[in-house]
Design a protein around this ligand. Structure first.
Ligand code: ZN
Length: 92
């Protein structure tokens, strides 16, 4: 039970936006690619600048696993909705 929950909460998803950008979604929050690391990639919270949120996620090189993350956000999650086309747009 605990193990299943663990694997679920570590799930990352890439969502293509209608404006052409791709965001990483993790635990309901979205992140922008920031830099390449020796072991993978670093993604910063999408509200890094606008809300001075310092949450981030480091993911593996194959972009399937979270290596480590800082989950404390200064704001509620941003809500995105998927279109039939497979693209997402920001609801609020
Ligand atoms: Zn944040």
């Amino acid at each position: 039970m605990t193990k299943r929950l663990e694997s679920l909460t570590k799930t990352i998803q890439f969502i293509p936006l209608t404006n052409g950008k791709t965001l990483l979604m993790y635990k309901g929050y979205t992140f922008n690619k920031n830099q390449s690391l020796a072991i993978g990639y670093r993604y910063n919270c999408a509200a890094w600048t606008s809300k001075k949120c310092r949450a981030y996620v480091n993911i593996s090189e194959d972009k399937t696993q979270v290596i480590n993350s800082k989950d404390f956000h200064t704001h509620p999650p941003t809500v995105y909705r998927a279109l039939a086309s497979g693209f997402y747009f920001k609801v609020c």
